[in-house]
Design a protein around this ligand. Structure first.
Ligand SMILES: [Fe+2]
Ligand SMILES: [Fe+2]
Length: 289
């Protein structure tokens, strides 16, 4: 059997399994009991807000996706429509409800605006060879996003538990983080499969476009970049941003930058994370002064 049909079989089995084993989290299973709401808000409120927003913005991501990939393979469509969007939307609703419970306003999610760049890419993607370039970029974004989510939820889970918020750790964060590795696995399998099929010019274009367009998840303007930097600081990731950047881009480095021996992190990933930490610090200074 060819490598391509093997990947297709594995992807189909993976999506089937995710659908069966990971239905969207049952809202009735969530216990919003918070022992010290003000303390949870002070420590982690802005992290809950950031994550709730990113999770809720999957509705916009799906719009972007249908613009970017006008004619997606059936397995991609099944994954995002039947597994990914229903799960992520539920994550967003639960985190948003939690932040409201601790006295914060709900997240301001942008659910509808598809950017100009995305529409231009979408127009070009009607050419099948270019659609494959766009698909590769989509898988790379998916990998980085889902890996970031896993790592962040791990840290948030332990942080929340350590301040004594057992119910939140056990019924909010733990069930959410359990669903993220399956998303990551889908993108990783897809990325490896597609990369093997791309021609040299397509690979060149993927590297080029990725270098120009990479951004941390949910950080689409300076305020959101600073919010992202704040979140990194709260979770303690700012102490070793390079290591975090390396973890979320490991497979990307392996595929796109295999010819660059000794490269630990794709430079655009390291730069983006470092900059987020810097804008967050710069934003704090006027407050202190
Ligand atoms: Fe999620
Ligand atoms: Fe996810």
């Amino acid at each position: 059997m060819s490598q391509a049909s093997l990947t297709a079989l594995r992807l189909a089995a993976h999506v089937d399994r995710l659908g069966l084993e990971h239905p969207p989290i049952d809202l009735a299973s969530v216990d919003y009991t918070v022992r010290r709401p003000a303390e949870l808000n002070r420590r982690y409120g802005h992290v809950l807000d950031y994550m709730a927003r990113v999770e809720l913005e999957v509705d916009r991501n799906v719009l972007e996706l249908t613009t970017l990939l006008p004619d997606p393979p059936e397995i991609d469509r099944r994954f995002y429509a039947e597994v990914w969007q229903p799960q992520e939307t539920r994550h967003g609703l639960i985190l948003d409800e939690l932040q409201v419970q601790v006295g914060r306003p709900p997240a301001e999610a942008d659910l509808t605006s598809v950017g100009v760049k995305m529409r231009i890419l979408g127009a070009l993607a009607h050419l099948p060879a270019f659609q494959d370039v766009c698909r590769m970029l989509y898988y790379l974004t998916g990998m980085a996003t889902e890996r970031s989510a896993v790592l962040a939820y791990n840290l948030l889970h332990d942080g929340v538990r350590d301040i004594g918020e057992e119910a939140v750790a056990r019924t909010v964060i733990a069930p959410i983080r359990r669903q993220e590795p399956g998303h990551y696995a889908f993108y990783q399998l897809s990325a490896r499969g597609l990369w093997a099929e791309l021609a040299a010019w397509q690979r060149w274009m993927v590297r080029r476009m990725r270098s120009l367009s990479f951004g941390p998840v949910g950080a689409n303007n300076d305020t959101q970049r600073a919010d992202f930097g704040d979140m990194l600081a709260t979770l303690g990731i700012d102490r070793d941003v390079e290591a975090f950047a390396a973890q979320i881009s490991r497979v990307e480095r392996e595929l796109l930058w295999a010819h660059r021996a000794g490269l630990r992190v794709p430079p655009y990933v390291a730069t983006a994370f470092r900059e987020a930490v810097e804008v967050a610090q710069a934003r704090l200074i006027p407050l202190r002064g």
